[in-house]
Design a protein around this ligand. Sequence first.
Ligand SMILES: *Cc1c(COP(=O)(O)O)cnc(C)c1O
Length: 384
Amino acid sequence: MTTNQKIPFGRPWISTQEREAVLRVLEGPILTHGPECAAFEEEFGAFMGGGARCVTVSSCMAALHLAWFHLGIGAGDEIICPAMTHVATAHAIELTGATPVFADCDPQTGNIDPAAVEALVSPRTRGITLVHYLGMPCDMDAIMTIAGRHGLYVVEDCALAVGSRLHGKHVGLFGDAGCFSFYPVKHMTTGEGGMFVSASADTAGQAAHKRAFGVDRTHSTRRMPGIYDVDVLGLNYRMSELQAALGRCQLGRMEEISRRRKENFKTLSEGLSAVEGIRVLGPALPDAEWSPYCLTVMLEGRLAARREDVAQGLRAAGVGFSVYYPHPVPRMTYYSEKYGWRDGMFPNAAAISDASVALPVGPHLGDVEMQHIAQTFGKIVKEL
Ligand SMILES: *Cc1c(COP(=O)(O)O)cnc(C)c1O
């Protein structure tokens, strides 16, 4: 993205409230393991509803790895994984020694295709992971049915899905664990950070324990300073108090962030509806609430090969954009060298990677920008 951009793809919404909250932490004695993280966990759980138990972590990737680490998967196990996702979803499996087995997505939504999942179940399969792509809830009824039939774990990557629900239940609460990201351009931010969520208090409790080295007690419960024991293998994936203080302020604005994102999405898709040769990814399932991360346009027919020109036009007009995601994960060098790649594999995911443009709908933008983006897009496409 260029610096003369008038409409950035994403911009963190940081107010005086956030600045003051972070400074308050710095003025006190507790920088980690403290009340801000505990309060953020409580408040995020209340926001999600449905009995969500939350554990602050250092990133979404950390949450995903913690989930599989906790579930005890490893060498010889297979986990079915979307081809169309951030590489973190697959890396979290690789790190345990297990094998991600990729499944293609639905061409309309970009979400993992349950029929493709079902076809990949083998005697080695131990779990399914999925991403609620662009925040659109996956077909969890179908996924949980497959998981139940074969006794598989389910880990939901909710990095782009804060505020998205299906049948009134927040995503992340259908499977064994849900993993959220607070990276700067996502729905809300803590700079870097994430949340591990489970509907099971036992899973969340054990994950919280393993997130902090497997130490058997927190600072406040140590009778003798410096004395503790470790009863399980663990990691250090903690979030700091500074980040949690920031996150609590952002969460307080989440309803507004979600509302603005939905309005922007609606205005932009209406503005684009008259443009020929394109299609907007979606819609979400019936009975789903979609807190959209961005609006992804598929270039179709002769336009499919012209993305470079569309990008050039958007850059020249100062409209920020991105691509989600730049490759199907199995086409990325690490994965293609390890597992092999041929053109024609995962055609739906490849089409999204190669012929889509993600446009911004973030709360830093409003009607004026949405109309400008739609007009600019229409003009660029018409002149090609
Ligand atoms: C951004 C993203 C991640 C990584 O999040 P971090 O918090 O940066 O680790 C993981 N999964 C998906 C689907 C993402 O979009």
